[in-house]
Write a protein that binds this ligand. Structure first.
Ligand code: NAD
Ligand code: TYD
Length: 336
């Protein structure tokens, strides 16, 4: 299979590319990435010399470029990760989210339609369902009620992608995953931010009461699920992907502090995020039954591996926490 991956220099995309090359999922893999603040070619050093791999530096919103790459490569499938992905940044500046997540997905769908790409997997998120009250768990038919510009832009792109199945018969599959964690995650998201701040004995900012609930999914489990959905998912269907491990944020941070042997006093309550979703919870029976996939990595094991990776890769973290990151950190945290 010849695969075109978008956003393959980011956290999840790069994990997918590393696994795809290692497991020979594709004979040729093209990675189209704009290298925003979140894109990092260091994440791909282990596979960049593979003869089947090609990197294209470009923007998915650039219709002419996207079309050219598809014409040159004629991939059997597109796996579309590229997005602006962080809720707090979507509150500070929503424009890039509408641009990349909605207009960029549109440009990609149009090119895939023109070139009759045989398969298009659109990577989405459980955040499109919004906050879910107990005792509900959202299945794939649950109403969409996104709360942030990030999740609204993802819901918009999901609907656009699905409309291409109905109207143009483009063979699209949509996946919606819960919160990912693992090595190479940019330290703006909860787990890598807390690990790296704790390692530096810096305060750990806890939004509101810290009792918001997230379901945690190890990034490689997510990538395996995407691969399973790409191969065995039905066209026009949506598949939730979760780790079946729901925890309040406080508990996650306490586990991190315990593993790093750091004091709980580093936890610092700060003003809550506007529109903060209280609870995410999804069912995953559909993908399990359709593909045989199930999450393999228990949270404690995945977290230990992740912490170990950040311990061993302090230079990577120091590099991504310089430059642009400092301005973001100041903007997002100094007034709280
Ligand atoms: P990330 O922010 O780490 O990486 C995003 C990648 O996309 C970067 O390499 C960036 O350079 C690239 N990119 C951004 N705009 C682009 C553009 N206009 N053109 C080309 N490339 C562009 O994101 P991530 O956490 O790896 O998330 C990947 C996908 O998975 C996203 O679609 C996200 O919505 C979805 N998702 C993420 C999570 C999570 O917990 N992180 C959970 C569920 C779904
Ligand atoms: P995040 O990793 O941003 O993912 P999402 O908001 O997309 O679920 O945040 C996970 C949870 O952690 C969320 O409830 C917000 C909370 N959080 C904090 O309490 N402090 C922080 O500094 C960050 C980044 C997140």
């Amino acid at each position: 299979m010849k695969l075109l991956v978008t956003g393959g220099a980011g956290f999840i995309g790069s994990a997918f590319v590393r696994l795809a090359v290692k497991n020979r999922w594709a004979s040729r893999l093209i990675n189209l990435d704009k290298l925003t603040y979140a894109g990092n070619l260091e994440n791909l050093i282990s596979i960049e010399k593979d003869p089947g791999y090609r990197f294209v530096h470009g923007d998915i919103c650039d219709s002419a470029l996207v079309r050219l790459v598809l014409e040159e490569e004629r991939p059997d499938a597109i796996v579309h990760f590229a997005a602006e992905s962080h809720v707090d940044r979507s509150i500070l500046g929503p424009a890039a989210f509408v641009e990349t997540n909605v207009r960029g997905t549109f440009a990609l769908l149009e090119a895939a339609r023109a070139l009759k790409t045989p398969r298009f997997l659109h990577v989405s998120t459980d955040e499109v369902y919004g906050s879910i009250d107990e005792p509900d768990d959202a299945d794939e038919a649950y109403p969409l009620k996104p709360s942030s510009p990030y999740s609204a832009s993802k819901a918009g792109s999901d609907l656009l992608a699905l409309s291409y199945v109905t109207t143009f018969k483009l063979p699209v599959v949509v996946t919606r995953a819960s919160n990912n964690y693992g090595p190479f995650q940019f330290p703006e998201k909860l787990i890598p931010l807390m690990i790296s701040n704790a390692m530096d004995d810096k305060p750990l900012p806890i939004y509101g009461d810290g009792m918001q609930i997230r379901d945690w999914l190890f990034v490689e489990d997510h990538c395996r699920a995407i691969w399973a959905a790409l191969n065995h998912g039905q066209v026009g269907e949506i598949y939730n992907i979760g780790g079946s491990r729901a925890l309040p944020n406080r508990e996650v941070v306490q586990l991190i502090l315990a593993q790093l042997d750091k004091p709980l006093s580093l936890m610092t309550p700060v003003t809550d995020r506007p529109g903060h979703d209280r609870r995410y919870a999804i069912t995953t029976e559909k993908i399990e039954q359709a593909t045989g996939w199930h999450a393999e990595v228990p949270f404690e094991q995945g977290l230990a591996e992740t912490i170990q990776w950040y311990r061993e890769n302090r230079a990577w973290t120091a590099r991504v926490k310089s430059g642009e990151y400092l301005g973001y950190y100041e903007n997002n945290y100094s007034h709280r």
